[in-house]
Design a protein around this ligand. Sequence first.
Ligand code: HEC
Length: 173
Amino acid sequence: MNTRSGFLPLVLFLLIPVAAFAAEPAPPPDIASLQKEIEDLKRLLPGQAHVMSDVDHQYGNLWFAARAKNWPLATFYMNESRFRIAWAVRIRPVRPLPGGGEIDLRPMQTHIEQSAYADLKVAIDRHDVKAFEVAYKKGLGECFDCHKAIDKAFLRPVVPKSPGASVIAVEPE
Ligand code: HEC
């Protein structure tokens, strides 16, 4: 007897009970267990500051990409940093303020998109280094406006010193 003919019945013998078990309908989840699962999943999501630290890296590298006239790379970092800011705001659109009250981040995110990011896109599309530098510094100011609004004026973005370096100034203002 060859080994193959004995193999198929063996596989079926093993799989049929598994299939029967899988076909058993699962009991419907109750609201409490779903709520717990959502809370558990929320804890796994990256925090706002974590996503912002990507913006640090991307906006920093954007400066060097454009100054090296690497326009495709500049476009990439411009878009990545823009999307990350939007993502960070979606994680926590309204923040409580230390002195009481709260602040809605969405208008400031819309502002930087329509202001500095619009100028950056035009400058990069035109391969215009001078206009890029102006738009980039305007962007730094608009990053800072949002950080001041959330009472974190110590997060002051400046032109980074070298590729890969943080845009956050270590020196106090
Ligand atoms: C709409 C508001 C807003 C804008 C615009 C914004 N940020 Fe932020 N930024 C935040 C918030 C909120 C945090 C998180 C603060 C916290 O949770 O402690 C943050 C934190 C940071 C941090 C600290 C991250 C860490 O944990 O190391 C850096 C770096 C940063 N932002 C860079 C930038 C840069 C660069 C720009 C502009 C290109 C920018 N941000 C624009 C709201 C903003």
